[in-house]
Design a protein around this ligand. Structure first.
Ligand SMILES: C[S@@+](CC[C@H](N)C(=O)[O-])C[C@H]1O[C@@H](n2cnc3c(N)ncnc32)[C@H](O)[C@@H]1O
Length: 321
């Protein structure tokens, strides 16, 4: 990792280690003077490395729905901001093209998504992302949003709750969990919810992960509309790129990865079957070339340094002329 900052620290002692950093820099083929959009600024670890590698005049537009991330990086990167090399915007990346247009930031050489939640968010108990920390049932990336995890858990009917836990948590015991939660609600804290899910499924039963892991993932996805955001942002990222520009996406679970993989495969296709004909279809100009036939994953060394990287998958593609 050498010259690049490995850890973004914060006065509370929390820190976020960027995953697959070398792979991202290589995938985006970062060179001096290039422009990048980091759609998931977080602790600013990837952004700091993009700035360092594109010096002296490369530029980054950093976006995050969480204003706390924007505040933190505006302090840690005050020099880059003053030099006009870093622009920051608190916004959902589903508004990517508008944010870029508002900042006069297009076309660009690369776009990065490092999806999901940051260590800062997980480690700040008041944000309610973690069942390891007692906090309110919140889970909003953007605290100005009114809809939070408490609304889903305490207000949604049993069937809707079960569907969400099944669909976004890929939880086989979703019906049983939803039934238990509806019977025992309201819940106010993450700890109460985690305990209730554990009760609902009959305890840990030797499982490696906490029984509430998948339910928490489902709630976070629905509260922040994470999959819809991703589906909306990918085509916008493609339009923002210069021909030859690159898109890098790091995902942390199969639902995200499937969306990225299928979208890239579709854009890379030069032939589209016609659903109205048995044999036949259309030739068309592909818009992307996929550079990672299989997604890049963290090696043993990175996983031992940063356990969060264990489930990370990086896919990279290049925009065709
Ligand atoms: C895994 S962290 C990124 C960490 C960052 N790459 C680093 O090196 O520090 C993901 C960040 O993306 C943000 N995020 C997730 N979904 C978002 C969305 N739809 N729009 C904007 N930001 C989003 C989260 O608030 C979080 O700060």
């Amino acid at each position: 990792m050498g010259d690049y900052p490995d850890v973004a620290a914060d006065p509370t002692g929390a820190h976020h280690v960027p995953v697959l950093l070398d792979e991202v820099l290589r995938g985006l083929r970062v060179k001096a003077g290039m422009w990048f959009v980091d759609c998931t600024l977080g602790g600013g670890g990837h952004t700091a490395a993009l700035l360092a590698k594109s010096a002296p005049d490369g530029r980054v537009l950093g976006i995050d729905a969480d204003p706390a991330a924007i505040r933190r990086v505006s302090e840690s990167q005050a020099d880059a901001i003053a030099a006009g090399r870093l622009l920051l915007s608190a916004a959902p990346f589903g508004h990517l093209e508008k944010v870029a247009a508002d900042n006069g930031f297009s076309p660009v050489d690369g776009v990065l998504f490092d999806l999901g939640v940051s260590s800062f968010q997980l480690q700040t108990s008041e944000r309610g992302f973690s069942f390891l920390q007692a906090g309110p049932l919140d889970m909003r990336f953007d605290p100005a949003q009114t809809f939070s995890a408490a609304d889903v858990v305490n207000d949604w009917d049993e069937e809707a709750l079960a569907d969400v836990i099944y669909r976004y948590g890929e939880e086989q015991q979703s019906r049983r969990i939803a039934r238990y939660l509806v019977k025992h609600r309201p819940f106010a804290t993450t700890a109460q919810l985690a305990e209730a899910v554990e009760q609902a499924v009959g305890g840990r039963r030797g499982s490696r992960i906490h029984p509430a892991t998948r339910t928490f993932q489902a709630l976070r996805i629905v509260v922040n509309q994470e999959l819809q955001q991703l589906e909306e942002a990918l085509p916008q990222a493609l339009r923002l790129l210069k021909p030859g520009g690159r898109l890098a996406v790091i995902s942390f679970h199969s639902l995200e990865d499937r969306i990225v993989k299928q979208w890239m495969q579709n854009e890379a296709r030069s032939y589209v079957p016609d659903p109205t004909r048995l044999h036949g279809g259309f030739d068309r100009q592909p818009t992307l070339r996929i550079l990672t036939k299989k997604p890049a994953v963290a090696g043993e060394d990175e996983v031992s340094r940063n356990p969060r990287s264990r489930s990370a998958k990086l896919r990279v593609a290049e925009k065709l002329p």
